[in-house]
Design a protein. Structure first.
Length: 564
RNA sequence: UGCCCGAUGGUGUAAUGGCAGCACGACUGACUCUGACUCAGUCUGUCUAGGUUCGAAUCCUAGUCGGGCAACCA
């Protein structure tokens, strides 16, 4: 597991850091304890990564600790499969919760005892209103609610009824436990919220031990208090829940009084982030699974070849605020390129091959040339690449009638074959349809290795593979999943699925230099002049890698050409 | 119609009463054995109107715009 870089001292003092600084300075807390509390009902995505980096990052930064806690209070929606994937993803991101592997369900006993205490305090009651009746009693945004007819029943009766609920003697939906607060509160969440409901369902951890399950609003503050969380960081939509959070801790007078702090969730261009939509993509088979390389899930990003360090860096870059924003996915891509440029070994692969014949190179001969593995990292060393008379180059690296400033192969022009020789184009061979089937050239033996002893320069360098030595591999040209920038900005009735990019996955064959065949599954590589790729961790087999494109290289020529 | 929260270049953010800064992006150009990287330069911003102050992105008031809130979900 990689160790996350400690945050630079000049890191922006975002508002949460400022709150913590103040709390530490005032002595309110001796240390920082945060938590990451996912509900195990789906896979983690890049938005969760923001929260993970924030919570675990803060703990690291302040030498406190961060707990991992499964918020498993709803037996109907949660599964073990998700628990495992969540742990794997957090670990992969580089974080460690140590011994603090918790579950909301660990506290069902304590929460229940606290509910009994609430009843004894006269602050909770059993209510039999149906869903519809309760909605009607709640009032609305502008009109106060009406009290439930059971609001003032005696403590003893509440105790007895809650015990019956707990023993499973009451039917689902026939009763709930409600906090008794204020039916006229302008905050609807304070109008006697439900805190326990009957669910005769089997829970993935507690089995059939319980017939009543706590609601999130009741459970979460208690979980935080039990664990001694100091700063309970969540997303903006929970802001309105904070008064109840504080009310509960105050009413129960818990020894610990964690503080809930809200920040804006991550939105990314060309990306859907809601669990519901991601689930639908999987269920409707619009992607191959949760870990499809096009998915913004942690497992998808991992399979796509995006390094954990790039995700961490990205999360630090985007900052933490209280206002909604839409982050350009280019920021993520930049973090990925930046990391991979430093670390990924280079190799040559031709995605759209056309044959290049060197007329003056001996037939049947071959040799090995030295190629640098990573110009950005001398320690990466070099490798041998086979060379012969017949090579394969990218089709787009030859043009019969080239525009000015086209530095690649065109009749009469000299270019460098990367790490090999200078070659001068002599022409091409076409088939009956006029399609180029072969490019011809001559080479200068004196330029072996790629430099001319006479000091002459070429403007262009192109990549190549030796046809007789080339490996043939599958490459998956992964592109953005959606064509629309802001998937949250949809017209009434507009289906987000209509913006799916039909070209988000193009499967192709590529010709590659032999060294690439030995690449370990999960290893990143740069195909020179093309992009960063990763040997797919799932579908690669020994000697037979399958490559996923992580991100393309920037291509200012393509941009210029498109403009012309 | 109520309550809560927010607003800084195209995008993400910093500045917490004292020179509006950084990163991404776009556009030039230099360099280059990757038209990559790197480097240099250019571009573009404090929602509006009042007020407080020597001085306001920052404090106050009003407005505008955006987001959230009426699951026995989290």
């Amino acid at each position: 597991m990689s160790t996350p870089e400690t945050t630079a001292p000049e890191a922006p003092r975002h508002f949460i850091r400022q709150i913590i600084d103040a709390d530490l300075a005032s002595g309110k807390h001796p240390t920082v304890v945060t938590r990451f509390p996912p509900e195990p009902n789906g896979y983690l995505h890049i938005g969760h990564a923001k929260s993970i980096c924030l919570n675990f990052g803060l703990a690291l930064e302040y030498k406190g600790r961060c707990h991992l806690r499964m918020d498993d209070t709803n037996p109907a929606k949660e599964e073990v499969e998700y628990v495992e994937s969540i742990k794997e993803d957090v670990r992969w991101l580089g974080f460690d919760w140590g011994a603090h592997d918790h579950n909301a369900s660990d506290y069902f006993g304590r929460m229940h005892a606290d509910a009994v205490r609430l009843i004894e305090l006269g602050k909770a009651y059993v209510c039999h209103l149906s869903l519809e009746e309760m909605r009607a009693h709640r009032g609305d945004l502008v009109t106060p609610g009406k009290p439930s007819p059971w609001r003032d029943r005696p403590v003893a009766e509440n105790l007895d009824l809650f015990a019956k609920m707990t023993r499973g003697e009451l039917d689902e939906g026939s009763a709930v436990l409600r906090a008794k607060i204020d039916m006229a509160s302008p905050n609807l969440l304070m109008r006697d919220p439900v805190i326990y409901r009957i669910r005769k369902a089997s829970h993935h951890r507690t089995g059939d031990a319980w017939c009543v399950y706590p609601m999130y609003d009741y459970a979460h503050p208690l979980e935080d208090a039990y664990e001694g969380i100091t700063h309970s960081i969540c997303t903006l939509e929970f802001e309105i829940h904070r008064p109840f959070y504080d009310w509960l801790l105050r009413t129960l007078d818990t020894p610990a009084k964690p503080q809930q702090i809200e920040f804006a969730r991550l939105n990314l261009t060309y990306t859907v982030m809601s669990k519901r939509r991601l689930l639908e993509l999987v269920q409707e088979r619009r992607v191959a699974g949760w870990d499809d390389p096009r998915m913004p899930t942690i497992s998808g990003l991992r399979r796509r070849g995006i390094p954990a360090s790039a995700i961490r860096r990205f999360c630090e870059t985007i900052g933490v605020t209280k206002h909604n924003s839409l982050t350009d996915v280019a920021l993520l891509e930049h973090a990925v390129r930046d990391e991979l440029n430093r670390t990924a070994p280079r190799a040559m692969a031709v995605l759209d091959p056309v044959r290049l014949v060197i007329e003056n190179y001996p037939e049947g001969a071959s040799e090995e040339l030295e190629a640098v593995n990573n110009p950005e990292d001398p320690a990466a060393g070099s490798r041998k690449v086979p060379f012969s008379r017949t090579l394969l180059i990218e089709r787009e690296d030859f043009m019969e009638d080239a525009p000015r400033k086209y530095f690649r192969l065109t009749p009469g022009q000299e270019v460098r074959l990367r790490w090999a020789y200078f070659v001068r184009c002599t022409g091409c061979v076409k088939d009956a349809d006029g399609k180029v089937v072969e490019v011809r050239c001559t080479y200068d033996p004196a330029t072996r290795g790629g430099d001319a002893p006479d000091g002459r320069k070429v403007k262009g360098t192109i990549h190549w593979v030796s046809e007789p030595h080339a490996g043939d591999v599958e490459v998956r040209l992964v592109d953005r999943l959606f064509l629309k920038e802001d998937l949250n900005d949809l017209a009434e009735g507009e289906d987000w699925r209509a913006h799916l990019n039909p070209g988000s996955l193009r499967v192709a064959r590529a010709k590659v230099e032999p060294s690439l065949l030995a690449l370990a599954p999960g290893a990143a590589v740069q195909f020179e002049r093309v992009g960063y790729f990763v040997a797919d961790a799932k579908d690669s087999s020994p000697g037979k890698p399958v490559f996923n494109r992580t991100v393309t290289l920037k291509d200012s020529w393509a941009k210029a050409a498109a403009k012309a």
